[in-house]
Write a protein that binds this ligand. Structure first.
Ligand code: BGC
Length: 808
């Protein structure tokens, strides 16, 4: 990237850090040895993502960095001569024309429904179109950048231009692959697309969406200045090969009938073949690896693996460890990820011994019949390798008898179906492999004898009823009906929200400001300081919104802008970091920490206390519109990454993460009021596990509940989830908050499920209703007056909010 003169020192520094490291997130899916290039030269650059490169998705996860490098810019800065300007210009004008039609269609629909175009257009993704421009440019190499964007409020669709490639894309990619000796297909996408029609392409790089440095990293990789070392964290397959046992996307009730068979757990158990398996990724280098010493003590297993770089270019490798549990009474997935480690950058010929460590307890299955985590007796096969489909057996551990490792209670309701069972057999030859013995006596059975802290601080007990209620609500202006999603803070312009503004006499200058992520910090680029506080300053409505909200609104925004004295305008630029999935693809928790450190530093600079990230919902279905914000289809790597980022952020004093959205929030359709129906086993093994790992390893300062219902109850009002599981079982000690305007759902008459109420949220032990509004306050007071909620219940949450304000 060309550094702008006006960039602040932290922007320059953070972009440099990302430039040095973000190639770790890019996954090389295919290679024929014709890359990297020796030097920048004439380059034929095609594709919708070449100039309109996507740095991250849309919605609350969109970060307003000062600038970012598109692929075209990144390549030109690096010295390439792009020979396809005509094609790129032609694509641009055709795209603008189609875009005009797309917006007109939204307006037409809105008029038909008699609603604002914003209602119809929010989060709506414009699919790619078909066109035909000559592919006649010359070049020493050719790169085709295929882009896709998605975001909050809408799920993706299995249609050309979204999950599928358009006919135009397939035709052009295949033609260029044949035409050029050196051709690379680059995927600037946030989630899976079906690559079946172009799988013969010689070189495929899944660049992903890397924030500010997206285009620069592409240039570095093409020139071999950086070597991609990412691995997939979600299985890439042909759309028809994903499991179809479970439902997806219903407005009202979505049954997760596939149970635990999510992602590779389905593919590996059903022996279905993906295009690119979980954990897969190539490198310009080639590696050899050899399993070394294995030891086990009290259920803790250590395996050393030596890895050597046998190529003539430096690179990093990731070694993964999967465990296949014995087939006992509880149906099992074929295997589950239990450990992974990435090497340092190995120079040509260099070797390193890395350690893979795990505790067998963490591979236990959840037994619904006995409401306990169980290790069944038999042989645990340990597989080590470089993807879920490329492993060697390292050892087999024999457990002498079945043991319950943790006895729990029945929680979270009951689905109206039984989880699917997929029959399979292990056909391993274990004759030659090391066999180790372990005994059930090594494992104690934990029970539920935790104590949730429900103490009330004296300060809170002495507050008036109104004051105590205010503490449990985010800040809002008198009579405001509800905050604005993602923009309800008074102290930092464009931050998502903050704690109450009604107790300033008693709290003085103490409050917490919360700002969105996860791809960096989302605040306004510019603000003005007025007597009312800070006001975000925008010259025009953001792209997309400007067309939907109409000329009047645009003129009003412009008028406000012109009325602000320029000398009162301040800037607050943050750095766009790689999207969640890309960070996870690094398989490097140190890189995750580094990203957290960038965010933590900028939180200090701009006065943000709680970052509303990382987000670790599971990639249950490739269609979820927010998957790009989330890490993986696997809970183990999700939890590790969330912990890494949290440790980075929280290494900064008074800064914390808010891991979200807790839990089973895996679709966007009717996101405020859709009901995820999930078994207790799938909840514990798949959807809660990552949160549990993140909490145990990094104790984030906050957790955000999700919008959806779980088995008929809104997660924000679910005591089992918030008090018993989160605080009790997982030992979470921080603040729990709702997602934004969760209570607003009562204004939606078409919902099949009941509305959410502030007092029910507080009764469940969910401490603060965000963003907060007058109806929430009124609801709390009414419930208090008619005895539906007690003052003590309010005080317990108010105390936790107060402690967060004082201690974060
Ligand atoms: C999103 C959250 C976000 C919040 C505040 C919600 O709509 O679901 O992820 O943190 O808004 O902007």
């Amino acid at each position: 990237m060309r550094f702008e003169e006006r960039m602040l020192p932290h922007e320059v520094k953070h972009i440099k850090v990302l430039r040095e490291n973000a190639a770790e997130c890019a996954v090389l899916l295919k290679k024929d040895g014709k890359f990297p290039l020796e030097k920048p030269g004439k380059l034929a650059l095609y594709g919708n993502g070449a100039r309109r490169t996507v740095k991250g998705g849309t919605g609350s996860g969109n970060v307003y960095s000062r600038c970012y490098s598109t692929c075209e810019e990144g390549l030109e800065y690096a010295g390439f001569e792009v020979t396809t300007k005509n094609w790129l210009d032609a694509y641009d004008s055709e795209r603008d024309r189609y875009h005009g039609e797309f917006v007109e269609e939204i307006k037409r629909k809105a008029a038909e429904l008699n609603v604002s175009p914003f209602v119809v257009g929010f989060g709506k993704i414009e699919p790619e179109y078909d066109y035909e421009f000559p592919l006649s440019a010359e070049g020493e190499a050719c790169v085709y950048v295929l882009g896709r964007i998605s975001g909050e409020g809408n799920d993706r669709e299995i249609m050309p231009g979204d999950v599928l490639l358009t006919d135009t894309e397939v035709r052009d990619i295949l033609a260029l692959n044949g035409q050029f000796e050196r051709f690379m297909l680059v995927l600037n996408v946030g989630g899976v697309i079906d690559l079946t029609p172009v799988k013969e392409v010689k070189n495929i790089l899944y660049l992903s969406q890397l924030g500010a440095v997206t285009g620069d990293i592409l240039a570095d990789i093409l020139l071999g200045k950086a070597n991609p070392s990412g691995k997939l964290t979600t299985t890439w397959a042909a759309v028809e090969d994903y499991q179809k046992i479970g439902e997806f996307g219903s407005r009202d009730d979505t049954r997760y009938k596939e149970g635990i068979y999510v992602g590779y757990r389905y593919f590996d158990t059903a022996k279905a073949n993906p295009l690119f398996p979980f954990g897969f990724g190539l490198s310009y280098s080639e590696f050899e690896w050899k399993i070394g010493k294995i030891s086990v003590e009290k259920g803790k297993v250590n395996i050393s693996v030596s890895v050597s770089n046998i190529a003539n270019i430096a690179g990093k490798e990731v070694i993964q460890l999967y465990v296949s549990a014995p087939k006992g009474k509880i149906p099992k997935p074929y295997q589950g990820l239990a450990a992974f480690a990435k090497t340092k950058e190995l120079q040509p010929g260099e070797s390193q011994t890395i350690l893979l460590a795990f505790d067998l307890r963490d591979t236990a299955s959840y037994c619904e019949a006995c409401e306990a985590w169980v290790l069944e007796q038999g042989d645990y096969i340990i597989r080590v390798g470089t993807s879920s489909r490329n492993t060697q057996i390292a050892a087999s551990l024999k457990l002498d008898r079945t043991v319950e490792t943790w006895k729990l209670k029945k929680r979270m309701g009951e689905p109206d179906f039984e989880d699917a069972v997929i029959e399979f057999s292990y056909d391993d030859n274990v004759a030659e492999i090391p066999k180790l013995e372990i005994t059930a006596a090594d494992f104690e059975t934990k029970t539920c004898d935790y104590m949730v802290d429900r103490n009330v601080d004296e300060f809170v007990a002495e507050l008036s009823n109104e004051e105590a209620a205010y503490l449990c609500l985010g800040a809002f202006l008198p009579n405001a009906t509800g905050g604005i999603v993602g923009n309800s803070a008074f102290h930092v312009a464009g931050a998502a929200g903050e704690t109450t503004n009604y107790l300033t006499e008693k709290l003085g200058d103490r409050y917490l400001v919360m700002a969105d992520g996860p791809a960096g910090i989302r605040i306004s680029r510019k603000y003005a300081l007025t007597e009312k506080g800070v006001t975000p300053v925008i010259e025009k409505l953001p792209d997309g919104l400007d067309e939907l909200l109409g000329d009047e609104m645009n003129a009003a925004v412009r008028k406000i802008y012109e009325s602000i004295p320029p000398e009162t305008i301040q800037e607050q630029y943050t750095t766009a970091i790689p999207i969640g999935t890309a960070i996870a693809q690094s398989w490097n928790t140190e890189f995750a920490k580094l990203c957290g450190d960038i965010v933590g530093t900028e939180m200090e600079i701009y006065g943000i206390h709680l970052w509303l990230a990382p987000a670790l919902n599971i990639h249950r279905d490739i269609r979820c519109g927010r998957n790009f914000e989330y890490f993986s289809e696997d809970p183990f790597i999700s939890g590790k990454m969330a912990a890494g980022i949290t440790l980075g952020v929280q290494s900064h004093e008074h800064r914390g993460t808010t891991i979200k959205h807790f839990a089973a929030n895996n679709q966007e359709n009717n996101r405020y009021n859709s009901n995820s129906i999930v078994s207790r086993r799938a909840m514990r093994e798949i959807y809660l596990k990552g949160f549990e790992i993140a909490i145990r390893e990094s104790q984030p300062k906050a957790v955000m509940t999700s919008y959806n219902l779980l088995n008929g109850e809104h997660t924000s009002q679910c005591k089992d989830l918030v008090e018993e599981i989160l605080r009790g079982e997982f030992g979470f000690q921080g603040l729990v908050m709702t997602d934004w305007v969760t209570t607003g759902v009562k204004f939606n008459p078409s919902s099949a499920h009941p509305a959410v109420y502030a007092h029910k949220i507080i009764k469940a032990g969910n401490d603060i209703v965000m963003a907060g509004g007058q109806p929430d306050f009124d609801d709390m007071m009414e419930a208090l007056n008619n005895g539906t909620i007690s003052r003590q219940e309010i005080d317990i949450c108010a105390t936790r909010v107060l402690r967060a304000i004082n201690n974060i």
